[in-house]
Write a protein that binds this ligand. Sequence first.
Ligand code: F6R
Length: 359
Amino acid sequence: GKGGYDHYMLKEINEQPTALGRSVSGRTDSAGSTVDLDGFPAGEFEGVDRVHLVAMGTSYHAAMYTEALLARRGVPARAFMSSEYASSPPPAEDGTLVIAISQSGETADTIAAVRAARAERTLVVTNVVGSSLTRECDDALLVRAGPEIGVAATKSFSSQVATLSLLSERIRRDVVGTPSPDAEAFLSALTRLPDQVRQVVESPAAEEIADAFTDSEAYFFIGRGPGHAVALEGALKFKEITYEHAEGFTAAELKHGPLALVTEDTPVFAVFNGGSDDTETLGNVKEIRARGGPVIAVASGDTPDLEGIADHVLSVPSTHPELVGVLANVQLQLVAYHAARRRGRSIDKPRNLAKSVTV
Ligand code: F6R
């Protein structure tokens, strides 16, 4: 059942601290010195020259997030929508590892991508033991989020990113030969994430923001790097369950076109990573404000100077800049949920959508 919650989606949002804890526990330690992925011992990914990530929807956003994590670790990686990968698979090259990401393990486009792949090895990161993709791929790594019932994916995204964070560090060690320079800080931050997600889900701030923008023309979401993946995911969640027009963009792309859409009736959610790229995102926010667009910054205390620049701040606890996006995403899940609820939408079964797209 819904365990006292009005919707499975809200229950699953609230389950994220537990789900994330399961994804991380036993796989690293609070000192951040180990990466222990059952079935993938040290040396397992030696000889990998590039990683292709294939997925759809929310899982595609986890793929984009992972592309950023791997690139920062010196591992060439590219995220593809499974459908596009299946119709034009890149040529065979030695050392290609294909990682399929799928909550259900049953998505037809992703199965097609794996079948079309000309890769040495395929691996699926999935939430479902014994799903079709676990049979299609050479190896499987479980995200351990627990069953997800709501059509809108929530806890599975957080657990995918946590699991793929560990996998990215494992791959980096095997490919480059050394841990990433800030591996300890990153891995120990991962162990603190469940408690930090709990702080976010207990805060009323997202509901207040949802209530402040009920009659807007469209809702935009921007970010860069991992924050770009989160912006796209924030927009997907918002459109799926509110039926409002929502779009995600890279912060930098705005002035190449989308800025023409920005008015005082288009709130823009700006995701900050809490790292050195915040300065550029602040510049993009100023451009939006100059066109009258209301800005809601989603940021940790490590992002300076938001006072007087953003109209609202949805704050998240401070963590490693590669993980702020997970916390920001939880805020955006809550904004979408409360916005949909206010509009009386069918939150757990949005119109026209199915939980898993097997055709
Ligand atoms: C969004 C959503 C879908 C799925 C997509 C892939 O909330 O649920 O976009 O993410 O259909 O599904 P999986 O991860 O099962 O392959």
